[in-house]
Design a protein around this ligand. Sequence first.
Ligand code: FAD
Length: 397
Amino acid sequence: MHGRSRRLVDSDELWFGVHDAMYNVKALNMQGAQWTGVVTTIAVNALRQGLVDAVACVGSAPGDPLKPRPMLALTVEDVLASRGVKPMLSPSLSVLAEVEARGIRRLLFIGVGCAVQALRSVEKHLGFEALYVVGTNCTDNGRESGLRKFIKAVSDDPATAIGYEFMADYRVHIKHSDGEGLRYEKIPYFSLPAGELSNGVIAPSCMACFDYTNAAADLVVGYMGVPSQPVPMNEHTQYVTVRNAAGAQLLASAAQDLVLSPTASSGDRAPLVMQTVLADDAAALGAAQKPAPRWLGEILASVLGALGPKGLEFARYSIEYHTIRNALYTRRHFPAAQADAHVPPHGKAIVAAYDGDEAITRRVAMRPKAGGNDTSIMIAVAAAVAVLLAAHFLRHV
Ligand code: FAD
């Protein structure tokens, strides 16, 4: 769909996939979205301007803003009903039956990487005149039981939670609505109850995913590549990756409602990546630790936020950590030949860059102890703070 494969050498495509351009972006005129509503703004414009006849997107189940309900939007009002992330695995392709039944020939599909991969694999059978795909970044999604467990374990008021994000300020921001207004609860990663969250929150499929940045979409919207700003997430800049001409056309169609600016990148992810992987994997093998007290968690998050990688460098850190973690998971859980076929070239290249001393390969044979954890980012990042501080001070002596 892009006319070429990704450049793995001397290119940001190793991390972000095939692209023609990347921008920071904010939507100007959209209320009630997850962030500033770039995805919804693009979808509304594509429909209004007749680029497409319908939008396949994800609304909410009746009475439950967190539970996904795939829907086919035929009007602007329908598209607006899909604003906001429902942080659960969504059977997004189920709407294709309705697309076929209605004879829709020009479609905009919005989805995360796994849904987009599945769509691309059947696209040739669907007979579209035009298919546009807007993707979002996605990692560490889960089943409904996982989401409920997460919210119950971390939030001060699970009943009013309508969304959350793991932000680049090393805190989880939980968005609450009590019907009168929005409130943001912020919890440092280090103070999350790692032991409780280490099982059954992230879906096994997401532990074997290498498509964080949604490589098969025409255009991708996310937040992790933008330096953290001291504003609520619905005012916070996002970033967009334009992969091909269809993506550029989508962005141009919404130009009057978007502000684009150059991307930013600073700091050094290198000291953090393997420290995070090693500490996280130690936890996965059974070394559960207590969460940091809140005051300490706040200090750690602030230090890491000030000294750690920012913007695209933070995104590279997150992509590399998740890629290596998932390569380890895949090599432990799949037969060797299947694991080899499953990890894509960009995943192998990222692993190889950190496996010169075979620190990753040696861990493949290690097995979780009974009752051990799947993952524990909090412990991992706490260790990484120490490394980062050391690296920072060594550079300045
Ligand atoms: P809005 O304008 O509010 O539109 C949200 C869109 O998301 C809607 O069109 C809706 O159809 C779609 N959607 C909602 N729920 C789902 C779902 N369960 N599955 C598929 N599509 C859905 N960005 C990062 O940078 N890092 C991440 O780790 C990350 N994880 C994500 C995990 C999930 C499950 C999802 C859906 C998104 C994730 N994102 C991530 C993207 C980010 O949260 C926002 O979706 C993106 O920045 C767009 O924000 P917006 O304000 O433009 O969205």
